[in-house]
Design a protein around this ligand. Sequence first.
Ligand code: IMP
Length: 190
Amino acid sequence: MNRIVVATSNPGKVREIEEALAPLGWRCQGLEGVPLPEETGTTYEENAALKACAAAMATGLPALADDSGIEVLALGGQPGVYSARFGNLGNDRERNLHLLEKMRHQTDRRAKFVSVVVLAYPDGKLEEYRGEVEGQLLEGPRGDNGFGYDPLFLPVGSDLTMAEMSLEQKRAVSHRGRALAKLLAAHTSY
Ligand code: IMP
């Protein structure tokens, strides 16, 4: 396999996926106009498969999609699979402020990120990899790298938020880095 479609319109995810998969030497192409389906699933697995299958069918190439989210213990696991739509707000900064507001006065700040990566083939075959990272939410943002809730999230054992890390540092600890490491291991042993 030498060419895959990266089925996401999130530039932050594209950067992380391309960096993590570089050792495989695959050529990663973007969606190039292929529309992604609505995320109608209720699990990361369903939504990742929906996106990857749609892109594989439309292009005739293997397609990789990530579905991910942040689960906050004190909020009963919210926003989880709905993280991109949290509060029906327009951008990451507004969603971060909304989360901080919901967590005001909350002393239990434990949270985890989850990523499910699906590689779908045009013949319908699917591979699925899951990664998680536990940590806690800060009371204000720190750092300019990454995307989404990264500035608020301090992984267990780290002094840096995920927005203070380089791509390489984030890959080593993050949910997506862990899911992609499993994909890498599976394809390196072929
Ligand atoms: P989706 O997988 O496109 O449905 O969106 C996942 C959403 O979860 C993103 O828009 C972010 O808000 C959040 N998210 C997922 N992964 C990360 C991450 O690595 N850092 C920060 N936020 C993330």
